[in-house]
Design a protein around this ligand. Sequence first.
Ligand code: SF4
Length: 315
Amino acid sequence: MIPVSDLVVKLHERAVRSVALQFPAGLARQAPQVAAALRDAGFFVVVSGDPCYGACDLALDTLLHADVLVHFGHAPVEDRPDVIYEPVRFDFDVNALEAALPLLRTRRIGLVTTVQHVHLLSAMAAYLRERGIEAVVAPGDGRTPLVGQVLGCNFAAARATGADEILFVGTGVFHPIGIQLATRSRVVALDPYTRKAQEVDADRLVRRRAAVMAKAEGAESFGIIVSTKSGQQRMGLARRLVALSDRAVLVMMREVSPGELLDLGFAAYVNTACPRLAYDDQARFPVPVLTPPEFEILCGARSWDDYTIDEYLAA
Ligand code: SF4
């Protein structure tokens, strides 16, 4: 179970009496135990039952019924005095890096990971140093406050390494593909649990996205989606996109779901909410959903050679 003793101290220091709790999908099953432990410690507890994928989506409606919101699993993407962020650490044996060694071509690499493993970065860098490889770990921007941390929407810490080769340690291929598109560096991805390493290739994703763009070309209407979620709202960007086409209209929504997009009736959409939606969920969407850089290309405001991943950078 997520340990709560330090959290209880923090809550007492703030002299709060009621606590709202928010868990991302992978940790939600721990809600009953964590809630019971805090209730036994004397706090009134309310749990947010809505789905949550990042610290960009704080349960502010649940917070209305408590003194403070405790958000588990993520580092802050926005600073609020009434929110306590409790990132959760996942350990692995750094000897897992052995699997990546044969794929590395240079002696100076960038090293990045996701929030769950950031605490292991110095041990990973030491492992690589002992094998003659200098690992550069760099700070990102305000949206990724932990040094060496990347998000699915922010690769600033990878870019800041300035390295021609980057090692991403974590699960899944979305982050390393995003890093490759954002940095144009060679990227090796290591899953520290399966101990499988691979060089990533963004070409397949780019080809898939080109097909979506081709479908959107000539669409009679574009809905420019703006999120109402606290850390996903990019109104400035959305307004700039609307100005690119007289077929575009702003659409504000909380959940970007296939049914809602269908009901609204636009021929195509441009997503300025969580950048991953367009990449991960296109197969579920009834019409093309473009990223902002893709819409810029379609409107002639960006060249195809300048194709890049959609990032949500700190203001
Ligand atoms: Fe994660 Fe998307 Fe939120 Fe970025 S916007 S933190 S990728 S859920």
